[in-house]
Design a protein around this ligand. Structure first.
Ligand code: PAF
Length: 279
């Protein structure tokens, strides 16, 4: 496994193997089973696999947890080596954002609601870094988790709008045994918050059961999620949404499909989760 923070070296390796299909998994490190499931799918579907590990500062607001973001490069690299990854890109901030850096990728619509309403600068940071990583690695396929549902929508839209020559593959959410979606941020939770965090999955399941019994009123489904979160004293709801899976516009009535999604604070830690209907 080659590990490099050097863009010229990535290009050299890519040119040497230019006839092979490369799968790419961008990450911010502190890897868990969710990330490894993306790596395994990338390995299964491509001749070579590249992973990036970079905690991208531009997707964090000044008030967010950039300096505390969990990191463990040594462990991450040994997990990736064990998965048979070919190439790991671990750039530094000066490599990705040199002093005179001045370009940003902005999407005007799908970045606005949900996460974008609470984190207005987040998706510009994500779209910009992902565009840069795509240009550096030039994969045939790039793998993202459904856990970050809006991020998936944003990246798909950007790939269409800017004609990136690759397929975006969205992989299912990986959950703990009690339903909590795997996330690097779960590391911040104390034992009581970790227990309380199962409320997110319960809220989604409550709305899903109502949908399966025939409930199609978006407001009623949102209310069920809100009530489940309100019943958990350690949880504070940021939003509960029933939206169109592609436009992310809130739905009054669920006709065919819907994206149920939630953001919830457990103390200072903000967790997100989602579910696509019908499942
Ligand atoms: O999902 C993430 O970990 C990040 O948003 C990504 C896609 C690696 C960009 O920094």
């Amino acid at each position: 496994m080659i590990v490099t923070e050097n863009i010229a070296e990535i290009r050299r390796i890519r040119w040497a193997d230019s006839g092979l299909s490369w799968g790419f998994v961008p990450t911010m490190g502190f890897l868990h089973e969710g990330h490894l499931s993306l790596v395994r799918q990338a390995r299964a579907e491509n001749e070579r696999t590249a992973v990036s590990i970079y905690v991208n500062p531009t997707q964090f607001a000044p008030t967010e947890d950039l300096s505390n973001y969990p990191r463990d490069m040594e462990r991450d690299l040994s997990l990736l080596a064990a998965e048979g990854v070919d190439l790991v890109f671990t750039p530094s901030d000066v490599v990705m954002y040199p002093d005179d850096f001045q370009t940003a990728v902005t999407l005007s619509q799908v970045t606005r609601p949900l996460e974008g309403a609470s984190r207005p600068t987040h998706f510009q940071g994500v779209a910009t870094i992902v565009a840069k990583l795509f240009n550096i690695v030039q994969p045939a396929r790039a793998y993202f988790g459904q856990k970050d549902a809006q991020q998936s929508v944003v990246i798909r839209q950007m790939v269409r709008d800017l004609n990136f020559n690759l397929d975006v593959v969205i992989c299912p959410i990986v959950r703990e045994a009690d339903g909590l979606a795997m996330s690097s941020r779960n590391a911040y939770l104390n034992p009581a918050q970790r227990q309380a965090a199962t409320a997110l999955y319960r809220a989604l399941q409550t709305a899903k059961s109502a949908f399966e019994r025939g409930e199609r009123d978006g407001r009623a489904l949102r209310r069920l999620m809100k009530e489940t979160i309100a019943a958990e004293p350690l949880a504070r709801l940021d939003y509960a949404s029933v939206a169109h899976p592609l436009t992310l516009a809130e739905l009054d009535v669920v006709e065919n499909e819907a994206l149920l999604s939630l953001a919830v604070f457990m103390g200072q830690t903000r967790l997100i989760d989602n579910l696509l209907l019908p499942e």
